[in-house]
Design a protein around this ligand. Structure first.
Ligand SMILES: Nc1ncnc2c1ncn2[C@@H]1O[C@H](COP(=O)(O)OP(=O)(O)OP(=O)(O)O)[C@@H](O)[C@H]1O
Ligand SMILES: [Mg+2]
Length: 190
C-alpha cells in the first residue's frame, strides 16, 4: 500500500520523531482540507516499523461525525486486546478510567481518524491522560479538517502535492505497475 503513496516523506519523518522521541502524553493533529491525505498519512504512521517497535499498544479508530464515545473507547481497548467481558457491563466513566489507566502505564499510540468538532474531542477526552501532571508517554494522533479541535495539540498542516508529485500519483493510478500498460501513452491537452 505504501508503494502507492506519493510524497509525505518529511511529514512522516516529523511525526515519527514527535511520537517516538518526545515525552509526555502529547496530542498531535494532522489537519488540512478534505482529500489532502490526512488518513493516508495516519495509516502510514500506524504501519511504520519504528512506531510499531516503540509502542506497547496501537489503535486506529475511525470516528467521523456520528460516533458513540463508548464504541470508540471499546474499539481502542479491543485493539489493545484488553477488552474483557466485564467491560461491557461497566458504566462509561469506569470504562474511560480503565482506558486512561492503561494509557498511563503503557506506551500506547491512539489514532483517532476524522474528528469533526472540539465537542467530539471533549466528549472522548476523559479516557486520555492529557492533563498536566500525568507521567504517561502515550500519544494521541488525530486527523481533522479543523486545526482547532484540540487547541493545545501539536498541529501538522498537510500541504497539497506539487505538480511533479500530482503527475506521479496520476500515472500510478492510471498505469498500475503490472507491466500490462508498458506501451500505453498519455496525451496531455493543456
Ligand atoms: N500522498 C498521497 N499519495 C497517494 N495517494 C494519496 C495521497 N494523498 C491522498 N491520496 C489519496 O487521495 C484520497 C483521499 O485521501 P485521504 O482519505 O487520506 O484524505 P483525507 O485528507 O483524510 O480526507 P478527508 O478530510 O475527507 O478525511 C485517497 O484515495 C488516498 O489514497
Ligand atoms: Mg480522512
Amino acid at each position: 500500500m505504501d508503494d502507492n503513496i506519493v510524497g509525505l516523506v518529511d511529514d512522516t519523518e516529523g511525526l515519527v520523531k514527535v511520537l517516538t522521541k518526545e515525552s509526555g502524553c502529547k496530542v498531535v493533529t494532522i489537519c488540512g482540507m478534505g482529500g489532502l491525505g490526512k488518513t493516508t498519512l495516519a495509516k502510514k504512521i500506524y504501519r511504520h516499523r519504528q512506531v510499531i517497535d516503540y509502542f506497547d499498544h496501537l489503535a486506529f479508530v475511525y470516528v467521523s461525525q456520528q460516533f458513540q464515545k463508548r464504541n470508540v473507547w471499546e474499539d481502542i481497548l479491543s485493539s489493545f486486546k484488553t477488552l474483557d467481558k466485564e467491560d461491557r457491563k461497566k458504566r462509561d466513566e469506569e470504562l474511560a478510567e480503565k482506558l486512561c489507566n492503561i494509557l498511563e502505564v503503557k506506551k500506547c499510540l491512539v489514532i483517532l481518524d476524522d474528528i469533526w468538532t472540539s465537542e467530539a474531542w471533549n466528549c472522548l477526552q476523559p479516557a486520555f491522560p492529557v492533563e498536566t501532571g500525568s507521567h504517561s508517554n502515550s500519544k494521541v494522533l488525530l486527523t481533522s479538517r479543523n486545526r482547532w479541535i484540540v487547541p493545545y495539540a501539536d498541529k501538522r498542516e498537510l500541504k497539497r502535492l506539487n505538480g511533479e508529485e500530482s503527475w506521479e500519483l496520476f500515472q500510478k493510478i492510471v498505469f498500475p505497475q503490472t507491466g500490462k500498460y508498458r506501451y500505453s501513452k498519455i496525451l496531455v491537452i493543456c
